[in-house]
Design a protein around this ligand. Structure first.
Ligand SMILES: [Zn+2]
Ligand SMILES: [Zn+2]
Length: 138
């Protein structure tokens, strides 16, 4: 990932496109109930980038899923695209499933494993955090 000059992705219909420069802050899988339900998925892979490096174009709709939390999705096809929270004001957590190049997703940990949808959803060889990894990561 760190060698990548840029990373990009798009929603199912292609109306929403995102692009970044530079390396991701981190990559990981979130198992919290909110992410699972908002994405109707057993867990959600994220890539976090600094807001200053990120460009998102297209018809986005944002849903305030809880206080201080915003989830963005495509207004046309409803693909979830990003998560933002006041807790991490300087970065955006993009849904790894929207990557143009799927090989760029290299999760480093499983987060919120206390809420995981059973053991089957957990990565076998990744560090597990019952909630978050601390103050600076989800
Ligand atoms: Zn779309
Ligand atoms: Zn989550």
């Amino acid at each position: 990932m760190s060698e990548q000059e840029s990373t990009s992705g798009h929603c199912l219909c292609g109306a929403v496109q995102w692009r970044t420069r530079g390396p991701a802050n981190w990559q990981g899988n979130c198992h919290c109930q909110s992410c699972r339900r908002a994405n109707a998925a057993p867990f959600v892979g994220y890539i976090a980038f600094p807001n200053s490096m990120l460009e998102i174009e297209g018809p986005l709709v944002c849903h305030a899923s809880s206080p201080g939390v915003e989830r963005g999705f495509c207004a046309s096809c409803h693909t979830p695209v990003f998560y933002r929270a006041q807790r991490w004001p300087k970065e955006t957590h993009l849904m790894a499933a929207t990557l143009d190049d799927p090989d760029q997703f290299r999760p480093q940990a499983d987060f919120h494993t206390e809420e995981a949808l059973g053991d089957a959803a957990l990565g076998k060889d990744l560090p597990r955090y019952a909630t978050t990894a601390g103050e600076n990561q989800p």
